[in-house]
Design a protein around this ligand. Sequence first.
Ligand code: GTP
Ligand code: MG
Length: 430
Amino acid sequence: MAATDLERISNAEPEPRSLSLGGHVGFDSLPDQLVSKSVTQGFSFNILCVGETGIGKSTLMNTLFNTTFETEEASHHEDCVRLRPQTYDLQESNVHLKLTIVDAVGFGDQINKDDSYRPIVDYIDAQFENYLQEELKIRRSLFDYHDTRIHVCLYFITPTGHSLKSLDLVTMKKLDSKVNIIPIIAKADTISKSELHKFKIKIMGELVSNGVQIYQFPTDDEAVAEINAVMNAHLPFAVVGSTEEVKVGNKLVRARQYPWGVVQVENENHCDFVKLREMLIRVNMEDLREQTHSRHYELYRRCKLEEMGFQDSDGDSQPFSLQETYEAKRKEFLSELQRKEEEMRQMFVNKVKETELELKEKERELHEKFEHLKRIHQEEKRKVEEKRRELEEETNAFNCRKAAMEALQSQALHATSQQPLRKDKDKKKF
Ligand code: GTP
Ligand code: MG
């Protein structure tokens, strides 16, 4: 037998053998063990509510969970969309649910709505990032980690009866690869039955033509395939919320009372609230959680790790180990560091050279200035000397003139003093 044939045989997957048991072993209790473990651990479920201010988000949440969550009304004056998460511990029978409701406060209230979707996308990504960081830790504690990843986004559509607003389309398009979107028509009691039917068709048409992927209730599980398929055809659900209890017949029901009648929240002829509650909580909660992990988070994780340079196979389709990726990254980092170091050294040398040149230039300029000042000084000195000589000459000339004048004056004085004597002499002669 050829060596390659031997190799093929030893590498071949062994065929699983079917054995029949002689008696009861007990591994049929595995599902029960799983259930019991999950129940002890508790569950987390995170809902994101996106819809304009006052559309009925809080009322619907209160109606859905049959409780009153303390929430404050949003004003219409928020300068940007803000995400407000609130976590509650709920218990039904012995099942604990950590429910987080995230409100997109101020959505649709800004004059410029171009970036309204961004804080929502950033919030969803931040929750994925937190989970990824936990997964990448050496000491992970995913078992008791509070998973804040958004499992479903309830997108509240304003019951205009016309069509979707571009803000709705843009926001849903930006979110559809990150979260399971269930569109709902809010305050459905404000729209007539025939208009609602047309409105639903229009919305679905617009979502399809704009390539917006909304969450489809899964039809691969036989147990729920039929009901989910029926419910998919009812999307978007038209809901009414109310925490008010009204007496209908001899029963107290949650409803909205109007002068002309009562809209019963849980009456399927009045609205799709029950359908939403069934689909969201009773039938598909686990699928929403699973889709979030296996589809949306997986996509985020893949993109993030690829961005960080990790890949599953190298160019030749060979599996790429984490160690190799780390080594490659390390080498890349070191060579980058070296390049940066060399660049900085070169920059330093250039800077020193530049400074040296500048200093030399400054020195030359100073020297020139000094020579110039020296020349000016000498010139000034020469001029002063000349002036002094001129002044000396003038002084000498003046002194000569003064002496001559004095001589003349004394001669004149002498002459005038001699004259009376002669006159006296002349007088005596007579
Ligand atoms: P913010 O958190 O401030 O953005 O508002 P919200 O979207 O949480 O709306 P909220 O639940 O506070 O409801 C606003 C108003 O709408 C209240 O007066 C509710 O009674 C009313 N409302 C809520 N749901 C419905 C509904 O289904 N139909 C009608 N007609 N009114 C509703
Ligand atoms: Mg609210």
